[in-house]
Design a protein around this ligand. Sequence first.
Ligand SMILES: Cc1ncc(COP(=O)(O)O)c(C=O)c1O
Length: 286
Amino acid sequence: MQTQSRHHGKTKESQSPQGSSGKSEFRGNSAAEQAILDSLRSREFNRYAPTAGLLQTTRAIAEYLSCDLPYQLSSDDVFITSGCTQAIDVPVSLLVRPGANILLPRPGFPVYELSTAFRQVEVRHYDLLPEEPLWKRIHLPSFGEETVKRLGIVVIADEVYGHLAFVANPFVFGSIVPVLTLGLLSKRRIIPGWRLGWLVTNDPCGTFRKPKVVERMNKYFDILGGPASFIQAAVPSILEQTDEVFFKKTINILRHTSDICCKEIKDIPCISRPHKPQGSMVMIVQ
Ligand SMILES: Cc1ncc(COP(=O)(O)O)c(C=O)c1O
């Protein structure tokens, strides 16, 4: 995409790390559009929301995510962010302390590298093997409670492609290891650019409920400010009203386009080993 450089008036190539910033191939999500219109026209949300999010929004997300969990999340566990990009930056900023490091998959979503480099957090990598799903390799419950506490281990579970799998894959939830679940409205509902994400403290052992941690999180969210109130207010309806037919169509389009991509890519000499994705919108090649 061509953009105008803010300071020098020069043009430069710029690609959003979130993906295409061009026109979407998908048809609109009318349930989401209607929810936004209703929220805006009600004029009830021409005001600031609490910085961690409107209560109706955090409550709706807690309920939505609890369907996949063996326990119930509360609205206090949910923090609303401006897209999932901001939800990535929150734990990186808050967890920074001398000697801390973060283990990142390679290849991975570039914002993790940007955010950690910016905060000067040491990064260690593990290579993703297309033949081997990650969840088979990292066995969270095998960490003992003592080890988790001593090393201060926290798992960041990026679930932006949740429910966009063509095959059944388990949802990662916290047991002993505290998990920060990151998510967003946009991928599954095909509304990129609406910038509504979330960060959910998902830890039955209550590490993130300690008063000092809660205070730090709340202060940080006071700096961030959060997404527009009327978009937040539409979230409960968007979660409730986007129907199964819409989701199935999306999955079918993704499966179909990934099949085409896999087939066509074989004819490009410099690219090898396209690995058929099991979901989402990306594909690993060499
Ligand atoms: C794995 C992953 N995490 C996070 C994000 C960021 O989400 P958002 O577009 O809401 O900033 C994306 C976007 O493509 C992603 O692919």
